[in-house]
Design a protein around this ligand. Sequence first.
Ligand code: MG
Ligand code: MG
Length: 630
Amino acid sequence: MQTAIATVCLSGMLNEKLEAIAAAGFKGVELFENDLLSFSGTPSDVRRIADDLGLKIVTFQPFRDFEGMPPERRERVFQRAERKLDVMAELGCDLLMICSNVSPESLGGIDRAAADLNELGRRAAARGLRVGFEALAWGRHINDYRDAWEAVRRADHPAIGLVLDSFHTLVRKTDLGAMRSIPRDRIFLVQMADAPLLDMDFLNWSRNYRNFPGQGDLDIDAFMDALQATGYGGLLSLEIFNDQFRAGSARNVAVDGHRSLIYMLDRLQSRCGQQAVLPQPLPPRSKCQGTEFIEFAIDETSQQAFAALLSGLGFRKAGQHISKSVTRWTQGHINIVTNSEKDGFAHSFNIMHGTGVCAIGLRVENATATLDRAQRLLDAPFRQAVGPGELEIPAVRGLGGSLVYFTDTASQLGQVWDIEFSPLDADQSHNDAGLGFVDHISQSMQYEEMLTWQLFYGALLDLSKTPEQDVLDPGGIVKSQVLQTMKGELRLVLNASQSSRTLSSRFLSEAFGSGVQHIAFATGDIFATTTALKANGITLLAIPENYYDDLEAKTDLSGDAIDRLKANNILYERDGTGEYLQVYTRTFDERFFFEIVERRGGYKGFGASNAQVRLSAQARDARRPDIPRR
Ligand code: MG
Ligand code: MG
């Protein structure tokens, strides 16, 4: 199948859109008439720009309110169509797309529609052009692909074919069975769009909420299976109307689009086995086995305070890099790397964003195959010079200019700590706090970026996503989306808000961009941990008493149990038989904080019912500079 994207998906002027589309590796583009009308050049200019970029204009669209008009309006409609065919000749585009009539004047009747299509087919064929017909989900008389196909079939003209659109088909829950028996050469174009499940009229749903395949909730895979059954090998084009996309960078959105199609075809390939869908199959989605390390870029001013925080949390300095100003801190299975180099990636990151997480290292089954898959999915690989005796750890660019590294135990990468670090003597005075591993990593981002990073992580790694949740911050609503492995080896929480007053948004402005806002460490005994933290001089985020009064009313916990939680500022959530206990550090440098959690009885969530209390406590705490940070 040949991939393409419609100009309507992107922001900018037509020439900028075409440049972004070509840069993302597409060879075909659907030209929207509005983009042409608002462009200052002629159709021939557009043709030349597209040619220069190596792009073919595969469709000109949309042509509306065509079929089934009353006799007195019919000739006028054909005159309009002829003008479009004139433009297409100039554009060097051979396919006009018609969407089914929504006009109250239209008369309906499959044979009437077929007769109109036949007439237009003859006029188009005389110019060597073709016409594709699509059923809009809200079409007046034709709103089902099966009726559109019947009109095309009865039109019985080789220049008339069918356009299938996943959105129009799936939102109406139209049976996909009939698609399988449509002759593949009668399908001229297939348009792909996903969407979140919303209770909304089809028109508004389509015009504002479409997104790329895999970003929504529609059964795109079932649609592709039905299409595959026809043997279709033609055009597969993204047609997304979405305000978020039109607010984002055209280049990034175009890459996201291409990535979504590659990932969709990769899924189809793995379902069809032998039959070739992709010329070169991708390595499978990587199974993440855990967080190998979290790297912080730190500057001189915050170096001491951050080291004090880490040691207060029970981490000990375990290793010093053989050639760089890089230190490894460990506790349980957790590795924290602090990087205060004066050049290289971490340094530039620090200059841009201040102290914060500049990289995450993920342990996967095969790091090389993971990088290969990432590159095939158009992720940007990252390389920097490595010193003698150092390993080249595969990496790609992640959120907010940070990096995602891949390590594995199958190669030398598994010994990175022994190869690149000299051990430091264990500090006897060190007070371990019982932290075992990274429970979850929470990243804050612009609202527009959320779908991008969902797709980035979900296409590369074997993760499942839970439904998006709204969290109430004192400054507005924060959207929260979890991506995780089956057994919780990796849990990512993506947060975004449209209000500039939420903690999530303030993080973005303080840290000059998106990134890791908090890291949660798991403990097997949160009371032992909080006792150790207290002894280490750590002040935890203070939780108001009202919270505990409410907990008493909401749960059957004993007064003693609640007093213990209160004495340690522990938040509590129950889910069936599962329990979640959580505490937070105060925010470091107004940038990020740590959370410590204990999961009991197979608890799966993230303490959503406590989020509002926590966010308010943090907002209050941010206004109390008088309390020493630790
Ligand atoms: Mg369409
Ligand atoms: Mg959390």
